[in-house]
Structure formats: C-alpha cells, structure tokens
Write a protein that binds this ligand. Structure first.
Ligand code: ADP
Length: 485
C-alpha cells in the first residue's frame, strides 16, 4: 500500500497544534506495519533553520493559477525514516507564521493553499511516487481531491488515486469570497450548494467533503456531532449526505515523545510503578511560573491555543472562584490577542496562585504535563484533543467537558469510581465546570484514592497501533470506493 499524506503542518518539521502531531506520528506507525507512507507539506520558514536534510533533485513543476502559471519545486527530506516532500515557494511559505498573525489571517491564504493543493498533485508526477491513496488533512489540503476529480481528472498518472479526507477541526473551513474562484481554474458550475458554494462564498473544506472518496474525523463522537446543527458549523447538511462514507478514528499519541519515564524536558522521571518523583516535576513547574513551590497545593494546568473553541471565556470568568478553592493554576498558550490581555491582567491580580506564559514552548508543555496535578479542558467542542491523552500518560488527571474526543477518551470518576480516569461535565457553564473541579479536589484530598486514580490514568493506552490499523482499513475502503465509480 502506497500512501501520500498531505498536511499544512507535520511534526517534527513544524507544529502549531494537534494536526502536526497526528500527521507526524501516524506515518511512522503505518510504516512499521509495512505500508510505504510519505508526507508532503509546505516548506515553511523555520523548517530550514532546524537542520533537516534538504535534497534538491530538480523536481520542478509549474501549475496553473488563474490566468498564469506558477513555478515551484519539491525538495526531499526525511524524519525518523519517513520520506517527506516539501513544497518550496518562498513567496507563499517563507513567513513568520503559518496561517495568520495575531492580527488576523494572511490575505492571500486562498492563493497559498490553492497552490499547495495543486503542488501535491504535481509532486506525485515529478517525484514518481504514485500513491494508492492520497490522504488529505483539513481545509488547507481539501482542494487536492477537488482538483483530482476536475482539472486533473484525465491525467494518466493521477486518475487511479483514491482519496481519504480527514477533518481535524470543522471550525476552520477556509472560506473565501467568490471572486477567488479564478485561482482554482474550475468552472462556475462548481459554485453551487452541491459543491463549493457556502452562503455566497467558496468553502475549501466543503470541497474536500464533497469530492473525497472517504471522509473521517478524529473521534467517533465528533463524527456524529458534526452531523448536527449544533456542531455542524453550517456543513451538517452536506455531511449527512455523506453519512455512509464518514467515519471516526481516535488519534493515537507518540509515546516516544510523551513518556514521563524518559522525557528529556523534565527534571525527574517516573512511571506508573513509581510516581514519587512527579513531585519534583511539580516543584520545578511551580518555580517556572514563580508560584510558591508547595507540594500540597493542588496545581491545575492548561496548554492550548488561546481560542474561543478551548473554553477560555469560561476559564476567565471562573478563575477567581477556582483559585479561592486553594488551587494554583498555570496556562501556556498563544492565540487571540484579547485573551493575552485578559490573562496577563489576571496574573497581575493573582501573582501567587495564577501564572501564564504567552508562548509556544514545547519543553514547557512537557514540564506542565509532568508537574501539574490536574489538566483542565473545558472545550466548546473538541474533535479529539491530545493534551488529555498526554495528561493521562503523565498521571495528570483530566478535568474535561464531555464533547468529541474528550467524551470518547475520558471516563468520569464520579460516575464510575472503579474505572474513572478523570472528571467530566457537560453543560457549557461556570457552575458545571467548577463543580467538576470541586469533585476532583475532593478526591485529591483523599490521598490513597488520588494515587490509585493517577496510576490508573498512567496505565491507559492510546498508542497508535489500534488507530493506525483503522486507517489502513479506511485506505482500503477508499480504494474500493474509487474503483467502483
Ligand atoms: P488543537 O490541535 O486543537 O490545538 P490538541 O489538543 O489536539 O489541540 O493539540 C494541541 C497540541 O499543541 C498539543 O500537542 C499541545 O501540547 C500543543 N500546544 C498547544 N499550544 C501550545 C503552546 N503554547 N506551547 C507548546 N505546545 C502547545
């Protein structure tokens, strides 16, 4: 089985969120299972600076964008034994950010990702690596299946390629005004509600949903939720029309990167059999945030993009009450400027119990997972969520809202004390969230019960093995579907 995975970000090359973790670690597991899996992503600015090998093999191409042709080059690289193709086009990708600055999206995002989608198809032709399945991820790659079935449909090299489209987050759809249609070089007949039109605009993600052979999201629950009006973001109707081709596969995590027993970013190592030294990590974390290093104070944490999706309005409005329970709380994140301001103010108001670092800091993220007692994720919606899975491994008890992947991966301790791996609430409200935190604190104060809960969390297994097998099954389904057309 030959598979090409296209994604706008792939760890360890570049990462802004969970998408990079998934598209970086899934290929490694698939390869171990015998598939020839390669990846393709744009050559963003700081990839080169990190010293990855860059092999220029004269894989040059030119593709139509509007009235003219745009040139690009595919550069070959690799990580952990996986071959990677990087689309070099400095005019589009040599920038400080991937998609947007703190002040908003790049204005030429439509053109940047039309070009990327076309580059993926051109790369197949110039490199000669012709996959059985092209696996696209999120709106930035969603047009590749569209082009395969329109502009490139008679191309002899490309015509047998099946497509799987994975939606990692329906909240980001790539919506642009209709006058950008010329960039795609497809006709106005595709600007209808059955295809790319969406309330008078062009919707890239919708294109991926309509044109791909098979579709999936990153948890079963989320695959159901997005077919409802509440979570469907205006696309629930079109998703329902593809119900029988829509699946949910929970993300795995990479225990090579996330393992408290050998994590290079933390000051002491521990495992489910011996959690004593988690306390040393806690102390280091309290110090890193300038909080009193007291092992008895329950320490709650969040690592996240500072975006509405992640429940930061709820956190901001209930922070004072949460701290009044005698907790400490730390946040690591970057994102919307208004949250930078709100949380910076709050940290000045509560310097001994609340700390925020506005940064993207992978090492600190590891220390937080190791040092905190509880991990708070009150998401409005959560396709899968990775941090609660890292938290389980690090014995940091998740307190989550039961939506999407959070619902699928965490069992509520209050409901099922013998199986529970965290604390859940459902209604998006301060009261319910604070109630879940209070339930967690009650158990925290019962040392033995807490210790066995922590160990149970650490023994959970969300490695890629099972999920990668499910992806192989979906690839086969995509091939069958493509052949039967
Ligand atoms: P999403 O993809 O919606 O942002 P996930 O929970 O699926 O959320 O994945 C987020 C990933 O990004 C996790 O690996 C998390 O540790 C990481 N992350 C998010 N913000 C930061 C940050 N400021 N610094 C370091 N890592 C971060």
């Amino acid at each position: 089985m030959n598979v090409l995975i296209a994604s706008p970000e792939i760890f360890p090359f570049i990462k802004t969120g969970g998408l990079a973790d998934v598209t970086g670690s899934l290929p490694k597991t698939l390869k171990k299972m015998g598939a020839d899996v390669r990846v393709i992503l744009p050559k963003h600015k700081n990839i080169e600076e990190q010293g990855f090998p860059m092999r220029y093999k004269n894989y040059k191409f030119s593709c139509p964008i509007s009235q003219g042709f745009v040139d690009g080059e595919i550069v070959e690289s690799e990580y952990d034994g996986v071959t990677a193709y990087l689309v070099e086009k400095d005019e589009y990708y040599y920038r400080d950010y991937l998609y947007s600055t703190p002040d908003g999206d790049y204005l030429d995002n439509a053109e940047r990702f039309v070009f990327f989608a076309k580059s993926v198809l051109e790369a197949i032709k110039v490199t000669g690596f012709v996959p059985d399945v092209l696996h696209c991820n999120d709106w930035e790659t969603a047009l590749a299946p569209v082009f395969l079935k329109t502009t490139y449909k008679d191309d002899p090299v490309l015509k047998d390629i099946a497509t799987l489209f994975t939606i990692h987050n329906l909240g980001y759809q790539g919506i642009f005004w209709q006058y950008d249609l010329h960039l795609l070089n497809i006709g106005w007949e595709y600007f209808t509600p059955d295809y790319l039109e969406y309330f008078g605009k062009i919707n890239f993600l919708k294109g991926g949903i309509v044109f791909s052979d098979i579709i999936n999201t990153v948890s079963k629950k989320y695959s159901e939720e997005i077919q409802t009006e509440e979570f469907g973001d205006g696309l629930d109707g079109i998703l329902r029309t593809r119900k029988k081709d829509l699946f949910g596969i929970i993300n795995g995590i990479d225990y090579e990167d996330w393992n408290p027993d050998k994590d290079p970013y933390i000051p002491a190592h521990y495992n489910a059999g011996n959690i004593k030294d988690k306390g040393l990590c806690k102390k280091a974390l309290q110090e890193a945030f300038g909080l009193p290093p007291n092992g008895n104070i329950p320490l709650i944490a969040t690592i996240s993009r500072l975006a509405d999706q992640k429940g930061f309005d709820l956190i901001a409005s209930s922070l004072e009450e949460m701290l009044s329970y005698g907790t400490q709380y730390v946040v690591l994140g970057t994102g919307e400027r208004r949250y930078h301001d709100i949380f910076t103010e709050l940290s000045k108001k509560f310097p001994r119990s609340f700390g925020i670092k506005i940064a993207y800091d992978n090492g600190l993220a590891h220390l937080i997972e190791a040092g905190a007692d509880m991990f708070l994720m009150p998401s409005k919606y959560e396709p899968c969520g990775l941090n609660q899975l890292y938290s389980l491994k690090y014995g940091t008890v998740p307190v989550v809202r039961g939506v999407g992947g959070l619902e699928d991966t965490i069992i509520d301790y209050t409901e099922e004390p013998n199986k529970g791996t965290g604390f859940k609430f459902y209604k998006y409200s301060e009261d319910e969230m604070l109630d879940a935190i209070k339930r967690a604190l009650n158990i925290y104060n019962t040392q033995d019960a807490w210790r066995s809960l922590v160990k149970r969390c650490m023994n959970e297994d969300f490695s890629w093995q099972r999920s990668a097998k499910e992806y192989l099954e979906l690839y086969k389904k995509a091939i069958e579907k493509h052949e039967s057309r």
